[in-house]
Design a protein around this ligand. Sequence first.
Ligand code: 5GP
Length: 118
Amino acid sequence: MTYDENNIFAKILNGDIPCNKVYEDDYVLAFRDIAPQKKTHILVIPKGKYMDLVDFSTNANTDEIVGFYKAIARIAEDEGLNENGFRSIANSGEFGGQEVPHFHMHLLGGEPVGRMVS
Ligand code: 5GP
């Protein structure tokens, strides 16, 4: 599989499609999900072209990986998610239910998120 340059998050990253931005630095962009599943639903994506968690973990450099997780911690604090807890989910591939083929982490919270798998 190769990275789809026309996926929706690639278009958000290059500014072709707007987003409700929460946070940005050299390594990540974070924005609110267009169809929030919980009171707070944020998507955190690396700026590099990675398809999924395995692609990112295998091919991203150390700065990108550290930057990604440091950003998640910062967003969780800034958005108040860490106060009462939250859920982070990275869907991968067909069985994982991944719709957008650019690696992303969902941050869900602001209210109880319920069972992990329905
Ligand atoms: P996945 O199923 O790939 O893990 O999650 C993709 C997420 O991207 C979904 O929660 C969906 O609502 C969100 N999404 C899809 N298109 C857009 C968009 O154009 N803008 C934003 N902000 N979110 C999107």
